[in-house]
Design a protein around this ligand. Structure first.
Ligand code: G4P
Length: 528
């Protein structure tokens, strides 16, 4: 017989949708997020998120960097209710100075929304983020934005998704005209048209139709656009992929929605369809077993640690993704790595920068835990026994630097800082294998270096200087016997914190040559 607790958890899990929006800067992520929050009633005024993005009132001195750059260093979490669903949007920094946190945040999402600018198509940062989602096999939904501007043809964009990302797509709706000619979209799944009214695109009319040949569309859109629409949709019906829920669930097929975030056009239909199709929190693999979200016993893992959001304290916040059970304020849980029971008394929930104390939370939710220095990235908290969620992957750094300490007397603090900040995942540290104990720092985004430098000075009193190196790629080597002499041309061999060999390359050519010359060695993009 099922208990009240079991039923409660089951219901809450079913209605949850936890996702991240992945995009290249300027595709419109802030705008789209804001529209979604408006639908959910989480904010009342358009411009709120935008204003935060460029806010001069940073919440703490830690936000100095954010203030200077007008970007979001924090990947915060936004929650709202819509049509009975509880939606968690995990924000991933969109600036080109994104960091490993951005990647780690994706591990906490159950699905992703890939936002693409209709004129620019698939861009560099989208590719990187897509690949992380791809590896996890989570469903990816595509929103093609800025339809009110001249852009590429939908067919060209579908082709690009396939060529560049290797994913097939299925349009859920289709534009009727584009740019200045845009008059609406045809919803293929629900057989309806959504039409813009008036020049300012501010009103939208929704009409049920028989199919795309319906004379109502011709009347509203005119002969030329209707002929174009029917021609394109006939082609799509014959040559395009059918919608296949299983393939979407496995991340092999991406449903595409066309719209314009700033005009709020196509956003609501996107949200409603997305909520129907996107998965609720999925089971998570631990070292011991698969953990079902509906299990009564609580479990979760830390995917991100953020320092000093509060200027009054040098505290840290650990972001925990709940994987199973019900979280309750004040509950005792096992900190599995430390082998200790701890009490979770001041957990926080996030809506942009505001923090609220949370009383209870469920799988799919993210809570912020006050961290006096006891958490590391990947730590598991559990009432469900001694399980550990699969350690978070280490992502391949692309920018490298050597460090020198300006004041040699500060060596001890320097070492302490390096150890702590590596554990927190601010940077990755490699040791040279040349005989000198020299360290090389690796990051995926320049911002991580700036954060590192800032915190070394602020928290450990150490002034450092970073010397950029010319390496661009890191590959973990798996081989029974590694011969360091083979990695001397345009590359260097270093070791990571677990003594794994890692080769750093200056360019793709050097990397390809090394791969060809060492056929028995595996070159991995992530730590084994
Ligand atoms: P991001 O978070 O992905 O970096 O993008 P953001 O939302 O800040 O949007 C980038 C720019 O694109 C903004 O213009 C925004 O208004 C615009 N934009 C977003 N959605 C649409 C759309 O559907 N159509 C058109 N035409 N533009 C769109 P901006 O000039 O940088 O800022 P603003 O002064 O207009 O706010």
């Amino acid at each position: 017989m099922s208990t009240n607790l079991e039923n409660d958890i089951k219901q809450e899990v079913e209605r949850r949708r936890t996702f991240a929006i992945i995009s290249h800067p300027d595709a419109g992520k802030t705008t789209l997020t804001e529209k979604l929050l408006l639908f959910g009633g989480a904010i009342r005024l358009a411009g709120t998120v935008k204003a935060r993005k460029a806010s001069k009132h940073a919440t703490s001195d830690w936000m100095e960097i954010e203030k200077q750059r007008g970007i979001s260093v924090t990947s915060s979490v936004m929650q709202f209710d819509y049509l009975g669903h509880r939606v968690n949007i995990l924000d991933t920094p969109g600036h080109q100075d994104f960091s490993e946190d951005t990647y780690r945040t994706l591990t906490a999402a159950d699905s992703a929304v890939m936002l693409i600018d209709v004129a620019k198509g698939v861009e560099a940062q989208t590719i990187k983020l897509f690949q992380v989602c791809r590896k996890r096999g989570i469903p990816i939904f595509t929103f093609i934005n800025k339809l009110d501007r001249e852009g590429r043809s939908p067919f060209e964009l579908m082709e690009e998704l396939e060529q560049v990302l290797g994913i097939r797509s299925v349009p859920m709706n289709w534009p009727i005209g584009m740019g200045r000619e845009l008059c609406g979209v045809y919803d293929r799944m629900n057989n309806q048209v959504e039409l813009f009214q008036g020049n300012d695109h501010s009103k939208i009319e929704v009409r049920k139709v028989e199919d795309y040949n319906d004379p109502i569309i011709r009347e509203m859109a005119g002969d030329f656009l209707h002929d174009q629409l029917t021609g394109e949709l006939e082609l799509l019906d014959v040559a395009g992929d059918q919608f296949d829920y299983e393939k979407v669930s496995r991340g092999e097929l991406t449903p595409i929605f066309f719209g314009s975030a700033v005009n709020n056009f196509g956003v609501q239909t996107f949200l409603e369809n997305f909520l129907k199709l996107a998965p609720s929190p999925t089971p998570r693999q631990s070292t011991e077993r698969l953990v079902e979200p509906t299990e009564e016993k609580f479990s979760g893992y830390v995917f991100k640690i953020q320092a000093n959001m509060n200027p009054a304290h040098r505290d840290r916040i650990a972001f925990l993704r709940i994987c199973s059970g019900r979280f309750e304020r004040g509950m005792s849980v096992k900190h599995v790595r430390a082998g200790k029971d701890i009490k979770l008394s001041q957990p926080q929930q996030f809506l942009a920068q505001d923090r609220d104390i949370v009383e209870s939370a469920y799988p799919g939710d993210i809570i912020g835990l006050f961290d006096p220095g006891i958490f590391r990235i990947g730590d598991t908290l559990s009432q469900a026994g001694e399980l550990t969620f699969d350690e978070l992957p280490t992502f391949s750094p692309e920018i490298f630097a050597k460090v020198t300490v300006k004041n040699a007397l500060k060596h001890k603090q320097y070492q302490k800082g390096i150890d702590q900040l590596t554990e927190e995942g601010t940077i990755q540290v490699f040791h040279s294998t040349s005989g000198f104990d020299e360290i090389i720092l690796g990051v995926v985004g320049q911002l991580q270096f700036e954060v590192f430098e800032y915190r070394m000075k602020g928290e450990y009193g150490v002034d450092i200087q970073l010397h950029r190196m010319t390496y661009q790629f890191a590959r973990w080597l798996v081989d029974d016997k590694i011969d360091p002499s083979k990695f001397r041309i345009n590359s260097v061999l270093v070791k990571d914190k677990k003594d794994n060999y890692v080769a750093l390359f200056e360019n793709e050519y050097a990397m390809r040559t090394a791969i060809e010359k060492n056929p028995t060695t595996k070159f991995l993009e992530m730590a084994p």
